[in-house]
Design a protein around this ligand. Sequence first.
Ligand code: SAM
Ligand code: SF4
Length: 488
Amino acid sequence: MQTDTKTLFIETVGCQMNVLDSELVVGSLRRQGYELVHEPTAADVILFNTCSVRQHAEEKIYSALGRLRQHKRNNPDIVVGVLGCMAQKDQGEVRRRAPHVDMVVGTGQLARVPELVAEVQKTRIPQYALSLGRADGGKHAVTASFESFDPPRDASMRPTPFQAYVRIQIGCDKFCTYCVVPTTRGPEQSRHPDHLVAECRQLANEGCKEVVLIGQTVNSYRFDHGDGRTTRLSDLIARIHDVGGIERIKFVTNFPKDMTDDLLDAVRELPKAVKYLHVPVQSGCDEVLRRMKRLYTVGSYREMLHRCREKVPGVAISSDFIVGFCGETESSFQMTMDLVREARFKNSFIFKYSPRPGTKADDLYPDDVPEDVKKRRNNDLLAVQNANSLDDHKARVGETATVLVEGPSRVGERQPAGGMRQLSGRTMTDHIVVFDGHDRLIGQTLKIHVREASPFTLYGVADTGEVAGGELTPRAESASPRRTLPLV
Ligand code: SAM
Ligand code: SF4
């Protein structure tokens, strides 16, 4: 469908990295005159930014592509593109299952999207832009084929102007046996600290208060200047700390083995560093960790947790788990349950193992835990985690928290905008707090008195003098807030 204004629709699946990639792709097409629309059938260009970490994320995209087949037949001039991880990993499969796709662009080639869209429109010839596979060339050539995509930022493209993701690292070299990321995102590369500081300065000039530094193993960030100097994550945070206007610096996701003392010292010493660490352990059983090739033991992970809490008093820690990994017995699962009982994670993201073709685990080990057992283990682990989260939250009732107000909560989204409604924000330990307040408080940092707790949310009253009566909006399941950090 061609109209006078060029229109663009994008659907994004997956992690923070994909959310940022989509923000930047949309920004680069807007500079070519595109306007974002919210219905695929209203768009001249329809893009899917994809994820391959679990099978169901891929199936979701194939279903969406299937639904578009007839629309594309009726409107042959539109452009349908598949971007990101599925594009890099499975271009042949995408072409086979969705032959109406005009453009397949891998994670390391996103800078080319505007040029490729124009080429399809001009020639109607499908366009493919992919980086080399990890075994398709020498280290230098493969690395060079994955380019970090860092065009100018566009504040209007972010969910809120006062929060932004900043990519400090691309790729991953850890090769956990279950994981596609080293294939889909290529070799680990750290961006130049000067560029990152400049980007944070620009974001601050646009009103950004919180930057979230992202990388697959963000704490292994290391930039070698080539003259004997290196910049570590702790050094980078210290430099960003000096950027006026930035109030909070967060970083995700950490690899347990790379949690160095200099980083923990920086988190403790630098007031703008958020006192929150996401450090996935994946399993509480050494034998499972060995098959996952996670490069640490449960004992060394426990030691790291202890060190984090000793060095950064009050720090909140969260984790990821995979349940039902190949060969996970009932007793290995119980070790994971024991770890969650004892570790006092703020929250945990729990996933059922999804075998991924091309990974070591898929080649070496049978997917031998039945689906109903994976489901039960997922529920059991979640129940233990939720009980812990409730205890953690209850202990915070009575505290006064410093909260950056992110926007309306889910309840607030259904209330009229522009006046009083339920708002949501986060504390310096990344705890979610909801409270009643005026929309003008969005983007401000406030003191909130915490009055009630559920496993997922703290309920409070703003210390602004504006909120009459201090009545809390009634609690409901749906009171959980909007997520601004999408989950992996
Ligand atoms: N780089 C991060 C790390 O090392 O923790 C996480 C990246 S991964 C995209 C996010 C989470 O997805 C992982 O921590 C893991 O729990 C989960 N995950 C990865 N591969 C998976 C698979 N094949 N099946 C189920 N969950 C998986
Ligand atoms: Fe995947 Fe492991 Fe790399 Fe995380 S560290 S992205 S789980 S390979």
